[in-house]
Design a protein around this ligand. Structure first.
Ligand code: NCW
Length: 445
């Protein structure tokens, strides 16, 4: 048996485009994901977020489920195109949805944790170049400032961005996510502008003096390990770490991009002339907490021909339905490393969870594998805390089965099953198990 600290913040997480649906309602205009998902071949089965979990209409029922599970906090994201459906044009109706959602959470004693950007960039911004346009920083600042003005003080925790790696590298470099570009220079420009917009939002937040609330950022971090003891594989692991982790951690916490990666990338993308002198000072504004999304590790071997000099090899562990190796001990390694090399500030695991093939039988889902996955990760979370680590909370991804981006509805991450035909929700065994963990504030072995 292992106990959590008394004030440990147990929660669940979701994001707007993945659950809300109602894409044409109350003045919302399309996001880049509405556009992208409608292009043939971009998502599994041509799935889109048009209806998703219909959460926009069912948010009260869903908050009832949160209450039933007993979570202390709920992490959701705000859909930018509901708030600014056109450039410079605020939409009160879109804002009202989040005000109602927050009221309902507070009424139920659930702490709202809001992510400002979880990938649903307004299409109008996409049409102007999206994150490649340096003006995106100003569009994002205007949007953030408005949110802080409207609900800054009733939301105690603000997350500027969810997984900048995905919003830049996966979206502009690898092309798997909207807008689906495959250009590495673009990927690094987008990453830089996203990081800058984060820093600008933190500055605005501080200037507005929202004393009771905190602000941070969520990074998806993937620890990298060498495939063998060979020196070249160690080098590959170092570059893989630079690619996934240091490229984002270093500017935020050290005010500089990693030199080895700059040297490596230069050969591919040319000069870093999109970085201005004052930029790193803005990106490294002090924040109040770091959010970490953790799912898996990577194992790499040297590959002379690849951009980052490495190629991922399959790990020995069991895999989730995403094909991601289950490696809870890597979460511990990662947390220790952050603590040692970057910061002792409060850390929240803002996402962790797993997709598995769920079977519904008589309104029950026995998702033992998901329970095991979460349990093992929580054990390492406790170990980190026991060793003196400053981990303050854990948000399970996700409350509901939802639109899993390029994978459409084919991957189920929820602890609550959603029948997308009827919109019926069924608590999986994992939800019932999580309820007990939260209630007792401990995990049994
Ligand atoms: S794809 C991704 N996700 C999933 C998504 O549903 C959510 O919106 C995201 O915040 C679940 O959580 C995040 N993240 C990409 C992480 C890449 C990890 C790769 C590890 C494999 C080696």
């Amino acid at each position: 048996m292992a106990n959590f600290p008394k004030d440990f913040l147990f929660g669940v997480a979701t994001s707007s485009y993945q659950i809300e649906g109602a894409v044409n309602e109350d003045g919302r205009t399309p996001s880049i994901w509405d556009t992208f998902s409608k292009i043939k071949g971009k998502t599994y089965n041509g799935d889109t977020g048009d209806i998703a979990c219909d959460h926009y209409h069912r948010y009260k029922e869903d908050i009832g489920i949160l209450k039933e599970i007993g979570v202390k906090a709920y992490r959701f994201s705000i859909a930018w195109p509901r708030i600014y459906p056109e450039k410079g044009k605020f939409n009160q109706k879109g804002m009202d949805f989040y005000k109602k959602l927050i009221d309902e959470l507070l009424k139920n004693n659930i702490k709202p944790v809001a992510t400002i950007y979880h990938w649903d960039l307004p299409q109008w911004a996409g049409d102007l170049g999206g994150w490649l346009n340096r003006d995106s920083i100003y569009w994002y600042s205007e949007y953030s400032q408005k949110l802080f003005k409207e609900i800054g003080d009733v939301v105690p925790m603000w997350i500027t961005h969810n997984e900048p790696w995905c919003a830049s590298i996966l979206s502009y470099g690898i092309g798997e996510h909207a807008p689906g570009h495959k250009d590495y220079r673009e990927a690094l420009i987008a990453a830089h502008h996203i990081l800058l917009s984060h820093g600008e939002a933190v500055k605005i937040f501080r200037d507005m003096n929202i004393k009771e609330s905190q602000i941070g950022i969520t990074l998806n971090l993937t620890p990298a390990y060498p495939a063998t003891e060979k020196e070249e594989d160690y080098l590959a692991a170092k570059y893989a770490d630079g690619f996934s982790n240091r490229w984002f951690l270093d500017p935020i916490f050290k005010g500089k991009y990693p030199v080895d990666m700059i040297e490596l990338y230069k050969k591919e993308i040319g000069e870093f002339d999109f970085i201005k002198n004052e930029d790193l000072g803005i990106i490294s504004q002090p924040i109040d907490f770091l959010g970490i999304n953790f799912y898996s590790r990577s194992i790499v071997k040297y590959d002379e021909n690849s951009l980052i000099k490495g190629e991922a090899v399959e790990g020995p562990g069991k895999k989730t339905d995403m094909g991601w190796e289950i490696s809870p001990e890597s979460l511990y390694d990662l947390l220790k490393r952050i603590d040692k090399e970057y910061t002792n500030m409060p850390i929240y695991i803002t996402e962790n969870g797993a997709a598995f093939k769920d079977i519904v039988n008589k309104d029950e889902v026995h998702d033992q594998e998901r329970i095991e996955y979460v349990k093992e990760h929580l054990k390492y979370a406790i170990k980190f805390i026991e060793d003196g680590g400053n981990l303050k909370g854990y948000f399970l991804w996700s409350l509901l089965d939802n639109f899993e981006w390029a994978y459409g509805y084919s991957k189920r991450f929820g602890i609550v099953y959603v029948d997308f035909e009827t919109q019926k929700r069924i608590l999986k065994d994992s939800a019932i198990w999580y309820k007990e963990v939260i209630n007792k504030n401990l995990i049994d072995n």
